[in-house]
Ligand binder design. Structure first.
Ligand code: PLP
Length: 222
Protein backbone atom coordinates (compact mmCIF):
# COMPACT_ATOMS: atom_id res chain seq x y z
CA UNK A 1 0.00 0.00 0.00
CA UNK A 2 1.24 3.49 -0.85
CA UNK A 3 0.97 6.60 1.28
CA UNK A 4 -1.72 7.83 -1.11
CA UNK A 5 -3.77 4.64 -0.59
CA UNK A 6 -3.27 4.81 3.17
CA UNK A 7 -4.52 8.41 3.35
CA UNK A 8 -7.62 7.46 1.36
CA UNK A 9 -8.25 4.48 3.58
CA UNK A 10 -7.95 6.53 6.77
CA UNK A 11 -10.16 9.31 5.37
CA UNK A 12 -12.79 6.70 4.49
CA UNK A 13 -13.00 5.65 8.11
CA UNK A 14 -13.34 9.08 9.71
CA UNK A 15 -16.33 11.44 9.52
CA UNK A 16 -15.82 14.72 7.65
CA UNK A 17 -16.28 16.59 10.91
CA UNK A 18 -13.11 15.00 12.35
CA UNK A 19 -9.83 16.58 11.29
CA UNK A 20 -7.02 14.28 10.20
CA UNK A 21 -3.55 15.32 11.34
CA UNK A 22 -1.01 13.29 9.33
CA UNK A 23 1.84 12.75 11.79
CA UNK A 24 4.97 12.98 9.65
CA UNK A 25 7.68 13.03 12.35
CA UNK A 26 10.82 11.13 11.27
CA UNK A 27 9.50 10.85 7.71
CA UNK A 28 11.10 12.48 4.69
CA UNK A 29 9.98 15.49 2.67
CA UNK A 30 9.37 13.08 -0.18
CA UNK A 31 6.86 11.09 1.90
CA UNK A 32 5.16 14.28 3.06
CA UNK A 33 4.90 15.48 -0.54
CA UNK A 34 3.24 12.24 -1.55
CA UNK A 35 0.61 12.80 1.12
CA UNK A 36 0.35 16.45 0.05
CA UNK A 37 -0.23 15.42 -3.55
CA UNK A 38 -2.97 13.07 -2.34
CA UNK A 39 -4.69 16.18 -0.97
CA UNK A 40 -3.57 16.14 2.66
CA UNK A 41 -2.74 19.62 4.00
CA UNK A 42 -2.52 19.15 7.77
CA UNK A 43 0.64 17.60 9.22
CA UNK A 44 1.86 17.01 12.76
CA UNK A 45 5.45 17.08 13.99
CA UNK A 46 6.97 16.54 17.42
CA UNK A 47 10.44 18.12 17.20
CA UNK A 48 10.77 21.87 16.75
CA UNK A 49 14.01 21.85 14.75
CA UNK A 50 12.87 19.06 12.44
CA UNK A 51 9.66 20.97 11.85
CA UNK A 52 11.52 24.21 11.14
CA UNK A 53 13.56 22.55 8.37
CA UNK A 54 10.51 20.87 6.86
CA UNK A 55 8.46 24.06 6.99
CA UNK A 56 11.17 25.94 5.11
CA UNK A 57 11.46 23.28 2.40
CA UNK A 58 7.85 22.22 1.86
CA UNK A 59 4.81 23.98 0.32
CA UNK A 60 3.67 27.04 2.23
CA UNK A 61 -0.01 26.09 2.32
CA UNK A 62 0.68 23.18 4.67
CA UNK A 63 -1.01 23.60 8.05
CA UNK A 64 1.56 22.51 10.65
CA UNK A 65 0.56 21.23 14.08
CA UNK A 66 2.98 20.67 16.94
CA UNK A 67 2.20 17.52 18.93
CA UNK A 68 5.32 16.74 20.97
CA UNK A 69 6.87 17.92 24.18
CA UNK A 70 7.89 21.53 23.53
CA UNK A 71 10.88 23.07 25.25
CA UNK A 72 10.66 26.77 26.03
CA UNK A 73 13.85 27.64 24.13
CA UNK A 74 12.54 25.97 20.94
CA UNK A 75 9.24 27.86 20.62
CA UNK A 76 10.94 30.43 18.41
CA UNK A 77 11.52 27.78 15.70
CA UNK A 78 7.78 27.37 15.15
CA UNK A 79 6.07 30.53 16.43
CA UNK A 80 5.78 32.35 13.10
CA UNK A 81 3.77 29.64 11.29
CA UNK A 82 2.44 26.99 13.69
CA UNK A 83 -1.35 26.50 13.37
CA UNK A 84 -1.97 24.64 16.60
CA UNK A 85 0.15 23.49 19.54
CA UNK A 86 -1.49 20.32 20.94
CA UNK A 87 0.89 19.69 23.80
CA UNK A 88 0.82 22.53 26.33
CA UNK A 89 1.63 20.92 29.66
CA UNK A 90 2.49 23.82 31.96
CA UNK A 91 1.51 27.43 32.60
CA UNK A 92 5.16 28.37 32.10
CA UNK A 93 5.12 26.92 28.58
CA UNK A 94 1.84 28.68 27.79
CA UNK A 95 3.23 31.98 28.99
CA UNK A 96 6.40 31.53 26.92
CA UNK A 97 4.38 30.65 23.82
CA UNK A 98 2.50 33.89 24.42
CA UNK A 99 5.78 35.81 24.60
CA UNK A 100 7.10 34.36 21.34
CA UNK A 101 3.75 34.83 19.60
CA UNK A 102 3.80 38.49 20.58
CA UNK A 103 7.20 38.94 18.90
CA UNK A 104 5.79 37.73 15.58
CA UNK A 105 2.49 39.52 16.08
CA UNK A 106 0.33 36.38 16.15
CA UNK A 107 -2.24 34.65 18.33
CA UNK A 108 -1.30 30.97 18.59
CA UNK A 109 -4.11 28.46 19.22
CA UNK A 110 -3.20 25.93 21.94
CA UNK A 111 -4.59 22.74 23.46
CA UNK A 112 -3.98 21.75 27.06
CA UNK A 113 -2.55 18.25 27.27
CA UNK A 114 -4.22 16.02 29.83
CA UNK A 115 -2.65 12.91 31.25
CA UNK A 116 -5.09 10.01 31.52
CA UNK A 117 -2.93 7.05 30.46
CA UNK A 118 -1.38 4.60 32.88
CA UNK A 119 2.20 5.14 31.75
CA UNK A 120 3.87 7.80 33.83
CA UNK A 121 6.26 8.72 31.03
CA UNK A 122 3.62 10.72 29.22
CA UNK A 123 3.48 14.46 29.73
CA UNK A 124 0.39 16.40 30.65
CA UNK A 125 -1.76 17.88 33.39
CA UNK A 126 -4.10 15.97 35.67
CA UNK A 127 -7.69 17.15 35.42
CA UNK A 128 -7.41 18.91 38.80
CA UNK A 129 -4.30 20.78 37.68
CA UNK A 130 -5.90 21.97 34.49
CA UNK A 131 -9.09 22.93 36.31
CA UNK A 132 -7.14 25.04 38.80
CA UNK A 133 -5.06 26.65 36.08
CA UNK A 134 -8.13 27.81 34.22
CA UNK A 135 -10.03 28.73 37.37
CA UNK A 136 -7.13 30.96 38.45
CA UNK A 137 -7.74 32.94 35.27
CA UNK A 138 -4.18 34.18 34.88
CA UNK A 139 -4.07 32.76 31.36
CA UNK A 140 -6.49 35.50 30.31
CA UNK A 141 -3.63 37.99 30.47
CA UNK A 142 -1.89 36.02 27.72
CA UNK A 143 -3.52 37.72 24.77
CA UNK A 144 -1.24 36.12 22.16
CA UNK A 145 -2.41 32.58 22.88
CA UNK A 146 -5.91 31.17 22.52
CA UNK A 147 -7.06 28.05 24.36
CA UNK A 148 -9.17 26.01 21.95
CA UNK A 149 -9.50 22.65 23.69
CA UNK A 150 -7.67 19.65 25.10
CA UNK A 151 -5.42 16.84 23.91
CA UNK A 152 -4.69 13.42 25.35
CA UNK A 153 -3.35 9.94 24.73
CA UNK A 154 -4.76 6.65 25.91
CA UNK A 155 -2.58 3.94 27.40
CA UNK A 156 -0.61 1.84 24.97
CA UNK A 157 -2.48 -1.39 25.70
CA UNK A 158 -4.53 -4.07 23.92
CA UNK A 159 -7.22 -3.61 26.55
CA UNK A 160 -9.74 -1.74 24.41
CA UNK A 161 -12.13 -1.27 27.31
CA UNK A 162 -9.43 0.64 29.14
CA UNK A 163 -8.63 2.73 26.05
CA UNK A 164 -12.31 3.53 25.68
CA UNK A 165 -12.57 4.46 29.36
CA UNK A 166 -9.62 6.85 29.03
CA UNK A 167 -11.08 8.54 25.95
CA UNK A 168 -14.38 8.93 27.82
CA UNK A 169 -12.46 10.52 30.68
CA UNK A 170 -10.89 13.01 28.24
CA UNK A 171 -14.28 13.83 26.75
CA UNK A 172 -15.82 14.33 30.19
CA UNK A 173 -12.92 16.56 31.20
CA UNK A 174 -13.53 18.66 28.11
CA UNK A 175 -17.26 18.92 28.86
CA UNK A 176 -16.64 20.00 32.44
CA UNK A 177 -14.16 22.70 31.40
CA UNK A 178 -16.49 23.83 28.64
CA UNK A 179 -19.43 24.10 31.02
CA UNK A 180 -17.59 25.81 33.87
CA UNK A 181 -15.30 28.19 31.98
CA UNK A 182 -15.88 28.32 28.22
CA UNK A 183 -19.63 28.05 27.72
CA UNK A 184 -19.71 31.35 25.86
CA UNK A 185 -16.49 30.76 23.92
CA UNK A 186 -17.15 28.99 20.65
CA UNK A 187 -13.42 28.63 19.94
CA UNK A 188 -13.04 26.16 22.81
CA UNK A 189 -14.23 23.08 20.94
CA UNK A 190 -11.39 20.69 20.16
CA UNK A 191 -10.66 17.26 21.61
CA UNK A 192 -7.47 15.94 20.04
CA UNK A 193 -7.36 12.20 20.71
CA UNK A 194 -6.74 9.02 18.74
CA UNK A 195 -3.64 7.63 16.99
CA UNK A 196 -3.09 4.90 14.39
CA UNK A 197 -4.14 1.99 16.57
CA UNK A 198 -7.00 3.59 18.50
CA UNK A 199 -8.48 6.46 16.48
CA UNK A 200 -11.75 4.63 15.74
CA UNK A 201 -12.46 4.30 19.46
CA UNK A 202 -11.44 7.95 19.98
CA UNK A 203 -13.92 9.08 17.32
CA UNK A 204 -16.71 7.04 18.95
CA UNK A 205 -15.86 8.86 22.18
CA UNK A 206 -16.07 12.35 20.68
CA UNK A 207 -12.66 13.15 19.20
CA UNK A 208 -12.57 16.16 16.86
CA UNK A 209 -8.96 15.65 15.68
CA UNK A 210 -7.06 12.41 15.19
CA UNK A 211 -3.25 12.27 14.97
CA UNK A 212 -2.35 9.41 12.66
CA UNK A 213 1.26 8.58 11.79
CA UNK A 214 2.31 4.98 11.13
CA UNK A 215 -0.98 3.99 9.52
CA UNK A 216 -0.26 6.58 6.82
CA UNK A 217 3.53 6.65 6.53
CA UNK A 218 4.52 3.19 7.82
CA UNK A 219 6.88 2.50 10.69
CA UNK A 220 9.23 5.25 11.82
CA UNK A 221 12.98 4.66 11.73
CA UNK A 222 14.46 6.51 14.70
C1 PLP B 1 3.83 10.01 17.15
C2 PLP B 1 2.58 10.55 17.70
C3 PLP B 1 1.34 10.25 17.12
C4 PLP B 1 1.17 9.29 15.95
O1 PLP B 1 1.38 7.98 16.36
P1 PLP B 1 1.03 6.74 15.41
O2 PLP B 1 0.87 5.61 16.35
O3 PLP B 1 2.19 6.58 14.49
O4 PLP B 1 -0.22 7.06 14.69
C5 PLP B 1 0.21 10.85 17.66
N1 PLP B 1 0.28 11.69 18.71
C6 PLP B 1 1.44 11.99 19.30
C7 PLP B 1 1.44 12.93 20.45
C8 PLP B 1 2.63 11.44 18.82
O5 PLP B 1 3.78 11.75 19.44
Amino acid sequence: MSITDNIKEVLNTIPETVKLIAVSKFHSNEDILEAYNAGQRVFGESKAQELKTKQEELPKDIEWHFIGHLQTNKIKYISSYISLIHSVDSFKLLSNIDKEAKKVNRVIPCLLQLHVAEEDTKFGFTFDEVYKLIEAGQYKELVNIKLVGIMGMASNTDDLIQVQREFKELHNSFLKLKKDFFSGDECFKEISMGMSHDYSIAIQEGSTMVRVGSKIFGDRVY
